[in-house]
Design a protein around this ligand. Sequence first.
Ligand SMILES: C=CC1=C(C)c2cc3[nH]c(cc4nc(cc5[nH]c(cc1n2)c(C)c5CCC(=O)O)C(CCC(=O)O)=C4C)c(C)c3C=C
Ligand SMILES: [Fe+2]
Ligand SMILES: [Fe+2]
Length: 339
Amino acid sequence: MSRFTGAISNSQQKPRTGVLLTNLGSPDEPTAGALRRYLAEFLSDPRVVEIPRLVWLIILHGIILRVRPAKSAKLYKSIWTEQGAPLVVITQKQKDRVAAQLAGQYGDDVLVDFAMRYGNPSIASRLQKFQQAGVDNIVVLPLYPQYAGPTTGSTFDAVTKEVKRWRWIPSLHFLSSYHDNPKYIDALASTVREHIAAHGKPDKLVLSFHGMPKLFQQWGDPYYDFCAKTTQLLVENLDLAQEDYVMTFQSRFGKAEWLQPYTDATLEALPAKGNKHIAIISPAFSADCLETLEELESENREIFMEAGGEKYHYIKALNDRDDHVTMLTELVSPFIIKR
Ligand SMILES: C=CC1=C(C)c2cc3[nH]c(cc4nc(cc5[nH]c(cc1n2)c(C)c5CCC(=O)O)C(CCC(=O)O)=C4C)c(C)c3C=C
Ligand SMILES: [Fe+2]
Ligand SMILES: [Fe+2]
């Protein structure tokens, strides 16, 4: 038996290109058992936690995986839908809509699918589907607008781990970051404008990005700079003055310092400075997920209101909005080969 895998297909009607949209992934169900499996896979990734391996595995298995699964399961339960985890359901919708747009342009020359870095459907399983279909050109678009090692970098690891087992290596295009793409910025700006038209101008627009350990930035990860660039382009597009907005970082995990300022501490301080009406947007999430639907919609709202805030509005992620789907389609289109 060979260590390399291949597809044996006699079909004359092979699609040439496979487009894979990926995101982070969610547990299979909102239970402690499913969370234990999901968090074990996620938090064992050396791109996500860079503590010396043996020390970290003892902490992870000895403490974190005993305590966190039950707590996280409760949070996931609060956002779970009939179709499943929001992140997975929305990513599937994005895939369906991108597939429909690409089918209009490329017919059956292109196959579109989605996969999750952790949990299901796995990146390996969906790439194997492409291999079986006989594609010889693969485009991977991780749905993280700002490159970060723990997200986009880790997705690259998973893609190459699978493809390096293949006998026939296809052409491979990996889209690393789209934090400054004008249509991404336009789509974000439209959501803010629509929000202001419906709810009025807030005292402060909070741009809350997912956090990351500060050390990763010091070691050369460009994520912070890319978040700052997205912020700059978005506020220029919206014509906001410096006092109209603040960029923050949420979802800190563990005791180490993460990128600052923290979203929760900022929200707690804003009412005392006269900012009683805020709108919060999270440009690092292409789809709503636990970190927006629970942390921003619920946890952080409570922090702000308890500190004397009066109006708190979360502006939804771009999800499967038309302008977002068109932008994603345009990102992958240049790499598609017509038969
Ligand atoms: C442990 C360190 C973590 C790093 C570093 C990190 C970076 C990072 N994450 C995202 C996007 C998402 N993270 C999500 C959930 C989530 N993130 C961490 C930890 C780190 N993230 C944990 C432990 C969890 C699980 C939730 C929990 O148990 O509390 C999600 C949501 C997943 C969902 O199912 O909805 C996303 C999306 C980015 C962009 C990022 C970049 C630096
Ligand atoms: Fe995260
Ligand atoms: Fe969180």
